[in-house]
Design a protein. Structure first.
Length: 235
């Protein structure tokens, strides 16, 4: 396909066939599955998904629509993924899917992942910037939110050269959803982690007394959830 990728739209397309096959393999697709793909682009991944089950391919760049439209077993949506997902969550549209496989746009990785956590699905296979994958395993608000909702596994390195044009070193991760994200909890984490090196009770007066001398970044997920429950009760 002779279409020049636009870096302004995060268009770095994974071309390595083995890695594309690996992503599909990890999702353990069956004929009854419906897979959401965000940023379908040239359709490299879309074709492999559609060979196993139904695919929903979201693509904002209309230059790719004619080629994507040729892929059987695929519903192509010409739109912004964040808007589509928000409309789905608010009941404005119906696009049922139970699995996600995507090489997601790096510039919206956090916002997109948080939105995805507000939807019900079983497994997500995502190719993300390696720095972002490491962030999911660190002690920050994003890691807390993701690990509270999902089982997270780091599956593979993806070298920058595996993309066209050359991107940055990336990683394939697997998420298995345990529950939906409580968005109020996510917002609460935002309040806490703005001052992560301060004692919890210096930020949230409702924090349990036994946590008075613990800094925010030292709190376990259970301690954060306990603090959130007390905060929500009194506010």
């Amino acid at each position: 396909m002779d279409i020049k990728p636009l870096k302004s739209r995060d268009q770095f397309f994974l071309q390595d066939e083995e890695l594309l096959d690996f992503e599909v393999h990890l999702a353990k697709l069956g004929s009854k599955d419906t897979v959401l793909e965000i940023g379908a682009g040239t359709g490299n991944l879309t074709r492999k998904i559609a060979a196993h089950c139904s695919a929903i391919a979201i693509e904002i760049d209309d230059r790719f629509l004619p080629e994507l439209g040729k892929i059987s077993n695929t519903k192509v949506m010409h739109s912004d993924a964040m808007k589509v997902l928000a409309d789905k969550r608010n009941g404005k549209i119906q696009i049922p899917f139970n699995k996600i496989i995507s090489n997601i746009p790096y510039s919206i990785s956090q916002d997109l992942l948080i939105e995805l956590l507000r939807h019900s699905w079983s497994i997500a296979i995502l190719c993300v910037q390696r720095e972002f994958a490491e962030k999911l395993q660190a002690k920050g608000k994003l890691a807390v939110a993701v690990n509270d909702c999902c089982g997270l596994r780091y599956m593979s390195d993806v070298p920058a050269e595996a993309f066209y044009p050359k991107a940055v070193n990336s990683s394939i991760i697997m998420l298995k959803q345990k529950k939906l994200l409580n968005y109020n909890f996510w917002q609460f984490l935002g309040i806490l982690y703005r001052k992560k090196n301060k004692n919890a009770r210096n930020i949230i007066k409702d924090a349990p007394k036994e946590l008075a001398k613990k800094k925010v970044h030292q709190l376990t997920i259970e301690e954060l959830k306990e603090t959130f429950q007390k905060y929500r009760k009194n506010n």
